[in-house]
Design a protein around this ligand. Structure first.
Ligand SMILES: Nc1ncnc2c1ncn2[C@@H]1O[C@H](COP(=O)(O)OP(=O)(O)OP(=O)(O)O)[C@@H](O)[C@H]1O
Ligand SMILES: [Mg+2]
Length: 258
């Protein structure tokens, strides 16, 4: 049995003006501890799929199983990292990381210890009493990551977590994410529209075509770990990048013509 099973998921957003079919019959499975990236153009339905896996919204049809259990609402087994950080501005770093633990049966001290250990893991030692507005974008996203990790989810869902960062910060965060993942080995479903990022991070890349969103290719990435940044220059990496790029372009033709 696979860890995550996404079976024939379709999603149509209905409104009085018009219906938008965001996903069309999306199916894939993930093994435990696997790091998979979901890549696709803007509007192809990546966030929709992630929100369905998180249980925040319901698919129109199809089903989702984690370890054989049907998923239809959010749960502590899943943690989400959002593109725009979604931090609470009136809370400190510590307060933000503790947030997801507050409705747990946990003493205040344990909650604080747990939060501090993840703050340290993401490299924010010494900033626990700072407010989000006092931090750079990269640091704020580390807080978002610590908050999701602190609930110790079985699967971490990351929606373009590095999309809002500059190129330099983004590269150092990619290295950080690989380092943290090598310690924690959570199952990760990571959304991006950056082809190099997807290949650098993932065990497998799911390529999504648009619109409505569907999986058009699955690329196995078997570079050994730990992976270094200069992997980007290797022949095999460049070849893989070309393959994904080609598939994405072809999958966009339908919309460009319509
Ligand atoms: N709440 C909503 N109501 C109606 N339509 C929606 C809603 N959310 C998303 N959509 C539509 O569904 C499609 C997929 O949107 P989604 O946000 O999943 O795309 P995405 O791949 O995450 O895009 P991006 O890369 O820009 O974040 C789009 O056409 C969008 O307009
Ligand atoms: Mg999105």
């Amino acid at each position: 049995m696979a860890f995550l099973e996404v079976q024939n998921i379709s999603k149509t957003y209905r409104s009085r003006q018009k219906d938008v079919q965001a996903l069309d019959n999306v199916s894939f499975t993930m093994e435990e501890h696997e790091f998979c990236c979901l890549i696709g153009y803007s509007g192809c339905g990546k966030s929709t799929l992630l929100r369905i896996v998180d249980g925040l919204i319901q698919p129109t049809s199809g089903q989702l199983l984690i370890k054989g259990r049907t998923i239809d609402r959010p749960g502590f087994d899943r943690g989400m990292v959002f593109q725009h950080f979604n931090l609470l501005p009136w809370r400190t770093v510590l307060g933000n990381v503790e947030f997801g633990l507050e409705n747990r049966e946990m003493s205040r001290k344990d909650r604080q210890l747990r939060a501090m250990s993840y703050i340290s893991m993401v490299g924010l030692d010494g900033f626990e009493h700072s407010y989000p507005s006092q931090l750079s974008g990269g640091m704020q996203q580390r807080v978002g990551l610590a908050r999701a990790l602190a609930i110790e989810p079985e699967i971490l869902l990351m929606d373009e977590p590095l999309g809002a960062l500059d190129a330099q910060t983004k590269e150092s965060m990619q290295t950080e994410i690989m380092r943290i993942w090598s310690i924690e080995k959570r199952t990760v479903l990571f959304v991006t529209h950056d082809i190099e990022e997807a290949i650098l991070l993932a065990d497998r890349v799911f390529v999504m075509g648009q619109r409505p969103g569907r999986i058009v290719d699955i690329v196995d990435v078997d570079f050994p770990r730990p992976r270094q940044d200069d992997l980007r220059n290797s022949v095999e990496f460049v070849r893989m990048r070309a393959r994904v790029s080609q598939t994405l372009k072809q999958s966009g033709v339908v919309e460009a013509d319509s």
